[in-house]
Design a binder for this molecule. Structure first.
Ligand code: F6R
Length: 245
């Protein structure tokens, strides 16, 4: 795993957006999987600004959503659907045929997972995954204790995920389960980038980098990926031992 530390959130987000642009420039039919959440918000904004300015062609790309809250409809402001639609797909005019998001309202979530796994397989795998890390070390809804061998699955949410998740909604919501790609997808993606910014992520980033690789800290999985990159800003890196950085 490579560790890249940027001066601040803007510099980090600019580089992350640049990763997507570089990929699509070299591989116009790239398969890209992204997380939603606060971390990639600026990356999405900078990506769309640059893409529109440079008239980049995304028409042959495929976009995969990392996860979704079970029971939260796509039009809810806190859903992953809403995030992608408003920050990426609408501004970049990505057509529905290019978009594959897990449906948190599906009557048959197991089937939803099977369809997602088949879609990824049929597309030849994911070229680039850019994900965030939760305060509990989760990636997507791969919660502490999850197997590194899972593909898409439905999971009960960890207490931390439930309480932190309220920040995406204007009113309190009952969050219980999530539907998510698995860490096996992350390991099989040709390149995977984990992003983290801010002082609030410093404690978990220290664990991700310095503790043993363990399913209890799912994000440690990035250290097993030959093309894994941990991209963080100086605040998130602030507790790392000098010799690690
Ligand atoms: C969201 C997702 C989550 C977040 C993580 C960090 O699609 O997959 O795992 O990446 O909870 O969230 P933020 O970026 O809001 O700190």
């Amino acid at each position: 795993m490579q560790l890249n530390i940027y001066s601040d959130y803007h510099a980090l987000s600019l580089r992350a957006a640049g990763e997507i642009i570089d990929l699509v420039t070299n591989k116009p039919n790239a398969v890209i999987c992204l997380a939603s959440g606060d971390t990639p918000r600026l990356m999405c904004k900078l990506l769309t600004e640059r893409a529109l300015k440079e008239k980049l062609d995304f028409s042959r790309c495929t976009f995969i959503g990392l996860d979704e809250w079970i029971g939260i409809p796509p039009e809810s402001e806190g859903s992953c659907h809403f995030f992608f639609q408003t920050l990426l797909f609408d501004p970049l005019r990505i057509s529905p045929a290019q978009i594959h998001l897990l449906d948190g309202m599906s009557k048959d979530p197991a089937q939803e997972c099977a369809v997602m796994d088949k879609t990824i397989f049929d597309k030849g795998g994911i070229d680039l995954m850019i994900v965030g890390v939760g305060m509990n070390g989760h990636i997507g809804f791969n919660e502490p204790g999850v197997s590194f061998e899972n593909y898409s699955h439905v999971t009960d949410l960890n207490d931390t995920t439930i309480s932190v998740g309220q920040k995406y909604f204007s009113k309190p919501v009952a969050l219980k389960q999530g539907i998510t790609l698995g860490l096996k997808h992350l390991l099989e993606s040709k390149k995977t980038i984990v992003l983290a910014n801010g002082q609030k992520k410093a404690v978990i980033i220290k664990k991700v980098v310095e503790e043993n690789i363990s399913t209890q800290i799912p994000a440690t999985v990035i250290r097993m990926h030959p093309q894994g990159v941990l991209m963080i800003d100086e605040e998130a890196a602030s507790l790392l031992k000098k010799e690690t950085t």
